[in-house]
Structures are given as C-alpha cells and as structure tokens.
Design a protein around this ligand. Structure first.
Ligand SMILES: [Ca+2]
Ligand SMILES: [Ca+2]
Length: 107
C-alpha cells in the first residue's frame, strides 16, 4: 500500500496543479490498460495492482471496481477512473499525512 501511496502522492505534493494531476492519472490509467482499448476491466485492475506490489485481495478489488464503475458496464473508462481517484485521493492523502509524522513526505 505504501508503495502505491508513495509513487502516487509524492509527485502531487511537489506540484499541485490540476494539469499535472490529470496527466498523473492518465499515466496510471495507461499502465493499467494492458490491451490498450481505453478501458480498464477488473482483470486488468487486478493484474495492475499485483504488478505494483499491492495485491488487495479479490473482495477489495471488486469493491474498488464497482465503486468506480458508475455506469456499471463492467469497464472503467478514463473518466470514471479519474473521478474515482479524485474522490479517494483526499482520503488517501489524509491517511498518508497521519503516517508521515515529521512531515517530510516519507512515512
Ligand atoms: Ca483494457
Ligand atoms: Ca463504466
């Protein structure tokens, strides 16, 4: 989990502009979209998380996927993906902050 938070949040702390945020999401999305069809399905999400060293378990992965898939077509498009991350990044940042006791950006 820390690995994800680190790679994901530290660049954001350095430059907090919206455009940078979007390209960060786009990079992550491209990484997850293994067959490059512009959508991430649950298998790609699972594979991606595992490749990043974060096997959350089937149940948690399905929960994330369902929460993100707002039109329930079984795929996450970029918009859904970005929306999900935007909503959850705040929470992740808070969690990260509480771990980072001396505020140097490293838990
Ligand atoms: Ca795909
Ligand atoms: Ca969808």
């Amino acid at each position: 989990m820390f690995q994800l938070l680190r790679g994901f949040l530290l660049p954001a702390a350095a430059c907090d502009g919206n455009r940078d945020g979007d390209s960060r999401y786009a990079n992550l999305f491209r990484k997850l979209d293994l067959n490059e069809d512009g959508r991430v399905d649950i298998a790609e999400l699972q594979t991606g998380l595992r490749a990043m060293g974060i096997p959350l378990g089937k149940e948690a992965e399905e929960k994330i996927f369902k929460a993100g898939d707002t039109n329930q077509d079984g795929q996450l498009d970029f918009e859904e993906f970005m929306q999900y991350l935007k909503e959850h990044e705040k929470k992740m940042k808070l969690a990260f902050k509480s771990l980072d006791k001396n505020n140097d950006g490293i838990p």
